[in-house]
Every structure is written in C-alpha cells, then in structure tokens.
Design a protein around this ligand. Structure first.
Ligand code: PGA
Length: 246
C-alpha cells in the first residue's frame, strides 16, 4: 500500500510577519505539494492567524509545534487542541525532543497531549528519537519503543504520523545515514503497522533529502533549519515528490 508522503516544516521559534509572507509566497509559487506528497508548516502560535489566511484553499497545510494536554482551565500560557482546531490546524507536533529535553515533558505527558490532539480532530506528529549517549549504548530501539508504546498503550495511532528524530542529528548538521534511518524506521514500522506514516527528521537538507526519502520505510521528513529557507524547503519537498513519483 502506497502511503502519501509528507514533508512538514518545523519553524521552531523563528519568523516575523514579513518573513512568513515571503516564505509562504515562495512555497505557494514553487509547487511544494502534489498528489502523492503533502506539505505542511508548523508555526509559532501567534502566526497561526496569518498563516491560515495565506494558506487557506491551497495545497499546503499548517499546524502548531505544541499543545496542552488539558482541554481548558487555569493553565496560564497553554494552548488547547480545540483552539488550534479553530485556526484550521491540521497538524501538531507532539513530543519534540526540544520539548522533552528543555521543558521536561515526560512520556506520560506526551501521551496525554497526543490523545488531546486526536480528540480535537488534529493529526499529531509524534516525535521519537534517541540521544547520542543512548545510541552509543545500543539503546536506540529500546528508547524509541518506550516513547512510542507510552502513547499507543493509551491511544491507538489512528491516522497519526510518527517522526523519527535522532536527537544527535537535530540542528547539528549531522544527519543519520539513509541506512541508519531505514533501520529504525523498519523497527518502528513493525510496531505501527503499514498505514502509519513515519517521517525522518534531523539535519535534512536539499543535498541529502533524496537519498533519505528513497528508503522504503521513510515516508517523508520533518524539517527544522532548512524549512525557513524557501529554496531549501522547496528542494526538499521536490525530493519527496520525486520519491513518490508525483
Ligand atoms: P533540523 O531540525 O532539521 O534543524 O535538524 C529538525 C527538527 O527539530 O524537527
């Protein structure tokens, strides 16, 4: 069964109204999405209004980078899944390693966020991945299985997306080789089944995207740094389109 590919940009804490407009204009003109390969941008909360206005009716979807596990209430500074749905978000990143490491999100909290997102009709992109220390201790499979199982024991994946993002490859310029990515994706595939899309993330650039996307269990990418450079993100989207055959 052919899975529709997905290339999702994670802008992280970057952007301005002017820069967002220029970037999205370029993506809309450049043909970032096709029939067999989708494109999305995950943007900072304050820009959801602007981005939804610019992208509504286009082939490019949008989403957020985090979501509260709570539906509503006294949670100062938090944003609920229902609020994201009101802005037309289709996707939301859940459990990104920066959230786990810098903000101390636990597996249980990530699982709760995942459930909240699905319940609101969003498609969570669940991020899993090992640190360098864990890889060197041959614990990669154990770590990603723990992170994935924490979610699936509470909520079935049901159309959600998984992103394998080795922590040592994020923002470091050191990507996993296509073979290293494939090895972990094949392991995750056994646990997710054939329908779940599994993206690779971590220093994906125009130069390495095609080789990574050619792997049989890699269904696209989650792109950080290169997603805010229009020509780089477009080139990566085109590599996914090429791998998908259209
Ligand atoms: P990177 O980030 O592409 O800059 O390595 C990926 C991510 O954090 O999702």
């Amino acid at each position: 069964m052919a899975r529709t590919r997905l290339v999702a940009g994670n802008w992280k804490m970057h952007g301005s109204r002017a820069a967002n407009q220029a970037l999205l204009d370029a993506l809309l003109k450049g043909g970032a999405a096709g029939r067999k390969s989708e494109c999305a941008v995950c943007v900072p909360y304050p820009y959801l209004e602007q981005v939804s206005g610019l992208l509504r009716g286009s082939a490019i979807a949008w989403g957020a980078q985090n979501v509260s596990e709570h539906a509503k209430g006294a949670y100062t500074g938090e944003v609920s899944a229902a609020m994201l749905a009101e802005f037309g978000c289709r996707f939301v990143l859940v459990g990104h390693s920066e959230r786990r490491q810098i903000y101390g999100e636990s597996d249980a909290q990530v699982a709760a966020k995942f459930g909240a997102a699905l319940q609101a009709g969003l498609t969570p992109i669940l991020c899993v991945g090992e640190t360098l220390e864990e890889r060197e201790a041959a614990r990669t499979e154990q770590v990603v299985a723990r992170q994935l199982d924490a979610v699936t024991k509470a909520t079935p994946l049901a159309g959600a997306v998984v992103a394998y993002e080795p922590v040592w490859a994020i923002g470091t310029g050191r990507n996993a080789t296509p073979e290293q990515a494939q090895e972990v994706h094949a392991f995750l595939r056994q646990r997710t089944g054939g329908e779940t899309r599994i993206l690779y993330g971590g220093s994906v650039k125009p130069q390495n995207a095609a080789a990574i996307f050619a792997m049989p269990d890699v269904d696209g990418g989650l792109i950080g740094g290169a997603s805010i450079v229009a020509e780089d993100f477009l080139a990566i989207c085109k590599a996914a389109l090429g791998a998908a055959g259209g």
